[in-house]
Ligand binder design. Sequence first.
Ligand SMILES: CC(C)(COP(=O)(O)OP(=O)(O)OC[C@H]1O[C@@H](n2cnc3c(N)ncnc32)[C@H](O)[C@@H]1OP(=O)(O)O)[C@@H](O)C(=O)NCCC(=O)NCCS
Length: 268
Amino acid sequence: MPMNYLKATLLSLILLGCATLDAPQSSDSLPNLAQRYNIQWDSQSNRPHSIPGGDGFILKPCDASDESQQNLFIYLYTLPKSIKGYLDGKPKSTPEALHILINQSYRWEDGNFLSGFVGYAPDGTAFMHCGIGQFPNKHMAELFLIELPGFRNQGYGKKAMAALDRWATFLNKAGTTLNGDRKSEIRTLIARVSPDNIPAMKLLISSGFKSEFKSNQFKDELNEPPPDHVKFTQQQIIIDGKSHKITVMTTPRRPEPKVIFLKRIGEN
Ligand SMILES: CC(C)(COP(=O)(O)OP(=O)(O)OC[C@H]1O[C@@H](n2cnc3c(N)ncnc32)[C@H](O)[C@@H]1OP(=O)(O)O)[C@@H](O)C(=O)NCCC(=O)NCCS
């Protein structure tokens, strides 16, 4: 047998082995996987029905046709008290608030994921918008979370964090991503918060996030070199009497400083 033929056969066997290891197992159907990660699966529409967060709190995919969700988005994004400290902190108009809901409404078509959820209290009240948005073709997804003021500081934030981590892990195990692109599985969640947002920083720290962004993460997670215009500075901050090292990011386009928090998914 010619040497080249032997080499080619060996190589294809190795590649086949790798592909088999990488591919989701046949028993790992989406409903089975969903069950493993405690995600309520709707087999008929082939998408998640809800993600239980514990003690009656649940996340349901955003649905622009749902009136209670429309009202929630109007309260969350137009009221100054609610949006203070979040994004740019500026209240939106009602059409802008509804547009956020429309953009976030869940679709699972041809492997495309737009991953926005609404959190419901045990009595069925919609009070939270949260989710993860993946940067196109990157290994990083940005986490976002906002609640109506009356529901804050009751432990719902922590429950939502844990549920979203399960959701991201499920996506990876299912062999897909928010973009439907197998090559860019989500490895890391990132959150950006204002340095004076103590509740958000406490939530992130106690959910296992660390405020460290190393420049090699641009290459590893974002497949690109760190752009010159992004500046990182290390600072110390005291929260509840304890000192924490934080990384603050500024860019010329977004001059207001943001503290960066990162977490590998599936790690607590
Ligand atoms: C940030 C936010 C999502 C926190 O959610 P939450 O449901 O209040 O958080 P939890 O009740 O699970 O509390 C998480 C931690 O924050 C602390 N915390 C919450 N609100 C606090 C407050 N007003 N003052 C001090 N600590 C507070 C809790 O004591 C808890 O600390 P611990 O983990 O050390 O015990 C919520 O305040 C919010 O919607 N803020 C506006 C939007 C925003 O800033 N989002 C940033 C998201 S990354």
